[in-house]
Design a protein around this ligand. Structure first.
Ligand SMILES: C=C(O[C@@H]1C=C(C(=O)O)C=C[C@H]1O)C(=O)O
Length: 111
């Protein structure tokens, strides 16, 4: 897998204190690692949902399953609260992903 590294000190002003530059750079390196993990996890999730979409289309099932979504959102909100992440944000994030998945499923069903 090819990585395309960022330049974590990009945008930091010339005269910034050395210790502050070092801490910001280190934090940005962690952020870059986390973002890479998020991309890889999302790619795996979409691989699975594409397979769900093909199965649903083959068996004439509807693209969306609102009961499943409610169950996932309830779980994710609880996980978020336990992890000190805003549950409202977690719900918005999951809904954003699910909307894209449903769009894919509709396209598969039409194809
Ligand atoms: C993936 C599915 O299809 C849709 C997408 C979902 C998701 O991305 O998690 C959940 C429910 C469905 O609306 C599914 O039914 O499991």
């Amino acid at each position: 897998m090819t990585d395309h590294p960022t330049t974590p000190d990009v945008g930091l002003p010339e005269g910034i204190d050395d210790a502050v530059r070092a801490e910001l750079t280190s934090l940005r390196e962690s952020i870059d690692n986390i973002d890479a993990a998020v991309v890889h996890m999302l790619a795996e999730r979409f691989k699975a949902t594409q397979r769900v979409g093909r199965l649903k289309a083959e068996h004439k099932l509807p693209p969306a399953d609102p009961a499943r979504e409610r169950d996932q959102i309830r779980r994710l909100r609880e996980l978020a609260a336990g992890a000190k992440l805003d549950p409202v944000f977690a719900e918005k994030f999951l809904n954003f992903i699910i909307a894209e998945v449903i769009r894919h499923h509709e396209a598969i069903a039409r194809s």
